[in-house]
Design a protein around this ligand. Sequence first.
Ligand SMILES: *Cc1c(COP(=O)(O)O)cnc(C)c1O
Length: 348
Amino acid sequence: MTEIFNINALTRENIKKLEAYSSARNEFKGLVDNVIFLDANENPFENGINRYPDPLQNQVKQILTEIHKISQEQMLLGNGSDEVLDLIFRAFCEPNIDNIITLPPTYGMYQVLAEVNAIEVKEVLLNKNFQPDVDTILSAVNANTKLLFLCSPNNPTGNSFSEEAVLTLLDKFKGLIVIDEAYIDFSKQQSWLKRLEEFPNLIITQTLSKAYGMAGIRLGICYASKEIISILNRIKPPYNVNQLTQQKAISRLSDLKQIRHQIADILVERERLSDALKDISCVKTIYPSDANFILIKVDDATKRYNQLLEQNIVIRNRSKQHLCENCLRLTIGTPIENKKLIEAFKSL
Ligand SMILES: *Cc1c(COP(=O)(O)O)cnc(C)c1O
């Protein structure tokens, strides 16, 4: 970007004026030992969770800093990526005035969050290779277009977006670009995190729900400039990530070896499953995947979906989505689960 990027110009007026709620734990966070905490109306009898959690989740962020070499002022944690995405809407999109751009077929939450926040959605379909149609996207932009969502690797198509397309958009689009990297750990492409410093309009979201195996604890992460993160920190609920979530995240993130093994195993299984599907006659197309799922086109998606359900296998029918006629999305399971899936397909 040649001209100076000004995040203030994109921020809602009410948010600019707002002062963050100062919670009890925030005001005295430096103190740990030998302090009597009588400030937050907690129950004083220790049970491990009687105190409010750290509002800024410093220990979790410390580990993320070590993993990604990114400063804590450039990250915000939320109750799943869904909360993080909602905070981005609330900070930058003025209800009934602003709009966002999504690239269907893609993750459904962008649309839901836009509707909840009364924000218009401009949809620009991916091209036939499921890549962003850069020119059409740029021509859809108007003065009130605040956010552009790039889901890469994309759900449900499974592919990553070309670096060239993303770079052009980062350069030409004057609003904020949110790259949703929920599946980045399964991808051949490297994360845009490495290039965060170059783009003041870039927000990257990741999650512990997929590769890290912690969908149940609800922890989503947003990486961006200090300026963007400080705005989001001012509007987030003070205790948005609970104590148990923080504890679980700390213990599991301290064992990256196991996570790396699991990712490697899932990738092996993805190739195995993808190969095996080639021999199934109702499967017409197997789309290349950079994620932990495979999108396939079959002869009759609803029929095949129901047949698999009868065999107690639940997959996702995506055939109602744009460009996904007769498409099914298959999550990579354990080796035994994938074997059963293949057997079930063979029996159809
Ligand atoms: C699964 C998924 C997420 C994860 O959301 P959480 O709220 O963190 O569980 C985010 N984005 C996409 C595209 C996903 O498919």
